[in-house]
Design a protein around this ligand. Structure first.
Ligand code: AMP
Length: 459
């Protein structure tokens, strides 16, 4: 299947070809015809599947086909795209700009944490497409600085995460402000009951497309678990990073404080690192992300919510410095690697007290987790993956409650234990002998070298 055969406008095809997209991803092939035909759509798709283009392309096609004014020369907002985070909103707009560079449509992005001035100006000038986070959009609605009465297409991107973050009341207010006669597209990693309830209330006979079963990660990702004592994690991380000092690496930390501490430690070791989390200003987050993308920093340390939706192309490796409290967040973290068919590696540093979390992840993924000791970093207490496996003490706040959102869904479904973990004695391998030089055992894993930016760390 080609983009051509989907019936998209030549101006869009040209932009896609320049972006190097050769053929639609499965979610694009399934979703685009439904949207072009005017149906409401529920799409089960996680980050990394090409979901943004799956809604952006048909939306641009539709809007470009019928340019409108409001009689006073101003363009009414005809499409509204809601996303859970500012980063995702900014990235969706980036993608819209890329895909829409040969069509005459304007878009703007609206999110909190920055002044209202530019947003007000853009809205006053008139835009065809608004990408927004719910909170700031509500602020504009209250100030009457945004008119949603001409919206033809509404997109809820990462709807599950918006609900997790407590945005349901905001969504309901926004949905009440857009016309009933509209096309609604809902993208979500899972079709949990609350998502179905939302769809039932606000969508009209939606078509459903799903190309990745919920809660699975790309099968191009290799999962590697390194058991290690909590006290030795930082040294092990340095050891792993030293295997390829030029490789861009995203590291996940469960807490904001932990992320900051880790960055300080990495910097002391001569590694250029930056943190991205909810306590950072929007400018600091944007700068950290852009420094990472350009290669000015090689390690980005992120918390779960902050990292949600960050679009970094084909990251070869993601490291979980500690495991997420909610197994599903592992899926979201790992969505940053193995994208669009590329191979990726997910490395988790797991201490004994995280055994219970690891067991949940194994159950959820139903895929092999390769458990390997790294020589010199063997833990004093081995991992336990049986029913009584311990969990970290709850003094650390859970990622979702940090945002005042809902409860994490229970991880696991009693399915078979992930992979060759369990009681298997860990294998020992010399350093530098494996895929990432980390004692990884999967012999078939092909090493992928995606070097981005200059070799800046390890001064
Ligand atoms: P998304 O799931 O929207 O976050 O997209 C994941 C990544 O895949 C982004 O970096 C896109 O630029 C890229 N991408 C999306 N569609 C395609 C395609 N058809 N071919 C190649 N790359 C794509």
């Amino acid at each position: 299947m080609s983009f051509d055969s989907l019936g998209l406008a030549p101006a869009l095809l040209r932009a896609l070809s320049e972006a190097g997209y050769e053929k639609p991803t499965p979610i694009q092939a399934a979703a685009i015809p439904e949207v072009l035909a005017g149906h409401d759509l529920m799409a089960a798709a996680q980050t990394g599947t090409g979901k943004t283009a799956a809604f952006s392309l048909p939306l641009l096609h539709r809007l470009a086909g019928e340019v409108r004014g409001d009689g006073q020369g101003r363009r009414p907002i005809r499409a509204l795209i809601l996303t859970p985070t500012r980063e995702l909103a900014a990235q969706v707009q980036d993608n819209l700009r890329d895909y829409g560079k040969y069509v005459r449509l304007s878009s703007t992005v609206i999110f909190g944490g920055v002044g209202m001035g530019n947003q007000l100006q853009a809205l006053r000038r008139g835009v065809d497409i608004v990408v927004a986070t719910p909170g700031r959009l509500i602020d504009h609605m209250q100030q009457r600085s945004v008119d949603l009465s001409k919206v033809d297409v509404l997109v809820l991107d990462e709807a599950d995460r918006m609900l997790d973050m407590g945005f349901l009341p905001a969504l309901k207010r926004i949905l009440a402000a857009v016309p009933r006669q509209r096309q609604t597209l809902l993208f979500s990693a899972t079709f949990a009951p609350e998502i179905k309830a939302l769809a039932q209330q606000f969508m009209r006979e939606p078509r459903e497309v799903s190309t990745t079963p919920a809660n699975t990660v790309a099968n191009t990702v290799t999962h590697v678990v390194h058991p290690v004592d909590a006290a030795n994690k930082r040294e092990l991380l340095l050891h792993i990073l030293a295997q390829d000092s030029r490789r861009q690496t995203l590291v996940f930390s469960r807490t904001k404080h932990g992320a900051d501490k880790l960055v300080r430690h990495l910097e002391q070791a001569g590694i250029r690192a930056a943190a991205i989390h909810g306590n950072k200003s929007q400018n600091a987050r944007t700068r950290a992300l852009s420094d990472f993308k350009t290669g000015r920093v090689t390690v980005l340390v992120a918390t779960d919510i902050a990292a949600r939706g960050i679009d970094i192309d084909q990251l070869p490796v993601v490291i979980n410095f500690d495991l997420p409290m909610v197994a599903e967040d592992y899926v979201h973290r790992i969505g940053r690697t193995g994208r669009a068919g590329a191979e990726g590696q997910a490395i988790s540093l797991v201490s004994h007290d995280e055994s219970g979390l690891l067991r949940d992840i194994g159950r959820l993924l139903k895929t092999d987790l390769s458990i390997n000791n790294v020589e010199g970093y063997e833990p004093s207490t081995p991992l336990r993956l049986d029913a009584g496996a311990p969990r970290p003490k709850q003094q650390q706040r859970q990622p979702r409650s940090q945002q005042g959102g809902g409860q994490g869904r229970p991880g696991g479904n009693g399915a078979r234990q992930g992979g060759n973990g369990g009681g298997r004695p860990p294998s020992h391998r010399p350093h530098g002998h494996s895929a990432a030089g980390t004692g990884e055992s999967t012999g078939s894993h092909k090493r992928r070298r995606q070097r981005r930016g200059p070799a800046t760390n390890k001064a």
